[in-house]
Design a protein around this ligand. Structure first.
Ligand code: HEM
Ligand code: HEM
Length: 451
């Protein structure tokens, strides 16, 4: 049918056609000279924007993404709900009154994320049509991959846009503060990211690790070695050495040296993958350095110390886990031990504390007369919730009951070990598709393919 022929091109052009940046007027007349936000409070429209967007991009889409990877029939309804919320939040973002903002990165970056969403919806509608004959089969194969890749990148871009929202709302991270914000947000997010990868490896990554024929510490050490030069370059070469610069640079040096040893130790006598304690020791040393990092405000010194201690505890827990809980094995038989949650959770907590420890944030906390204990307890509470959310997502992925009912035994065996369906089996049998099509559509498809 001619409609079928042109439909993909039409949907894609709809999807990729950048979401129009609505030409609304940007009021900035209330912003005092030399400031970036007006003294007004945030109005209720902006508050609803914030809550709607955090719900859509921070919760509903990541949840739907996991359902998509698990080929659950709930993927489409959940992502449709997320899209409705996102469009609502987008309209509200443009309609707010109250506090006024100078041109900002959050407004500038919004269209990239909204365009990714439009692309996902466009691709998703095409995939849902299940056009699988003739050239559609080739196009579909590529588009499923594209939809999958963009879908997995979206949570990272959403996280960035939510951070941009926070700093825009408060008028933070401008001028001199920019470098510090970048350092705290990138480093803090990396610790949280490392925690997420660690907990995914714990519950769902063992088969992948086996296929790479390397130990987990090989990959950790590789990242440490490659990342080290970025710490050394934090000092602006040619300018005078500040005290903190010397610490950053020496940390880069220690990461590089330790990373090299970690790589060497991750192979056994017969070149088999071998565990080692180096990445754990690197986390510990980084925590030690951070706990003693010189600060201006007393509150800042306390928060940095607790950040450092949390990171040291994460490193220590990793060393104990590998040496005494796992006794150098890649994983325990059956469920992971409760102790194994400690390192990833502490990485979440330390990453979050570090992200919330810039000069401007701490000056705000201090001016509100909140002491470091209350502030740190709030941050720990958020870390608990984030860890809970991550565990819920992993649980959905590992134990998707719908697939389990339909999957052939070979796939179940693979899933038991890894939680992830083997791609080759998936491509050969395509049983998961049934999760996304209704019984009737399934019947229709069968009749079409057996005329
Ligand atoms: C609301 C519109 C959407 C529809 C109708 C839709 C539809 C689909 C369909 C039909 C599949 C299965 C593809 C197959 O046949 O194998 C799928 C998979 C998937 N979708 Fe969506 N989707 C939508 C939005 C999204 C969004 C917003 C995201 C990202 C946050 C997303 C992430 C994914 C992922 C990660 C997969 C798995 C792909 C893979 O395993 O490689 N989807 N989607
Ligand atoms: C990932 C989710 C989010 C998206 C896609 C998003 C998108 C948008 C868009 C499209 C605008 C209108 C920009 C313009 O005026 O041109 C906006 C405004 C705004 N958003 Fe968000 N937002 C998100 C999350 C947040 C969060 C979490 C916060 C705060 C914590 C926030 C705070 C703001 C503020 C303060 C404005 C007003 C900016 C201005 O008027 O220039 N947003 N947002």
């Amino acid at each position: 049918m001619s409609l079928h022929r042109y439909l993909p091109a039409l949907l894609l052009s709809l999807g990729t056609g950048l979401v129009p940046v609505t030409a609304h007027e940007h009021h900035t007349e209330g912003i005092p000279e030399g400031e970036v936000v007006s003294p007004d409070p945030l109005d209720s429209i902006l508050w609803i924007h914030i809550f709607t967007m955090i719900t859509a991009f921070g919760m509903v889409f990541p949840f739907g993404m996991v359902l998509g990877i698990a080929r659950s029939r709930w993927h489409v309804p959940v992502q449709v709900l997320g899209t409705v919320l996102a469009v609502l939040g987008w309209l509200l973002g443009h309609a707010h009154g109250g506090r006024q903002f100078a041109p900002n990165i959050h407004a500038a970056f919004a269209s990239s994320l909204m365009s990714m969403l439009a692309l996902q919806v466009g691709l998703g509608v095409y995939l849902k049509l299940h056009l699988e004959k003739g050239w559609h089969s080739v196009v579909r194969w590529h588009l499923v991959r594209l939809h999958g890749i963009v879908g997995k990148v979206m949570p990272v871009v959403s996280w960035t846009q939510m951070l941009f929202g926070g700093i825009t709302a408060l008028g933070f991270c401008r001028a001199d503060h920019q470098g510090q914000c970048l350092a705290h947000f990138i480093m803090g997010s990396s610790f949280i990211g490392y925690g997420i990868i660690m907990v995914i490896m714990l519950f769902a990554g063992q088969a992948w690790l086996k296929r790479t024929a390397r130990s987990q510490e090989f990959w950790d050490s590789l990242v440490i070695t490659v990342w080290a030069p970025s710490l050394v370059t934090e000092h602006r070469w040619g300018q005078e050495w500040a005290h903190n610069d010397i610490q950053h640079t020496s940390m880069g040096v220690v990461w590089w040296c330790a990373g090299l040893l970690g790589l060497w130790l991750s192979r056994g006598k017969n070149k088999q993958p071998k565990r080692n304690l180096i990445p754990g020791i690197v986390i510990f040393l980084t925590g030690y350095a951070m706990s003693a990092h010189p600060q201006h405000l007393p509150l800042s010194t306390m928060v940095h110390s607790v950040f450092g201690y949390t990171l040291m505890a994460a490193g220590l827990a990793r060393v104990i886990e590998i040496a005494f809980v796992l006794r150098d094995k890649p994983a325990l038989d059956g469920e992971p031990n409760s102790f194994q949650h400690l390192t990833p959770f502490l990485l979440f907590a330390s990453g979050l504390i570090f992200m919330c420890a810039t000069e401007e944030q701490l000056a705000l906390v201090s001016s509100a007369e909140i002491d470091h204990v209350s502030y740190l307890l709030v941050l720990y509470s958020v870390a608990f919730l984030m860890y809970l959310f991550t565990m819920v997502l992993i649980h959905i992925y590992v134990s998707n009951p719908r697939d389990a009912k339909q999957a052939p035994p070979a796939v179940l065996a693979e899933r038991g070990m890894n939680g992830h369906v083997d791609r080759r089996v998936h491509d050969a049998e395509e049983f998961e598709l049934e999760g996304l099509i209704s019984e009737d559509e399934g019947e229709e498809n069968k009749q079409e393919s057996n005329p």
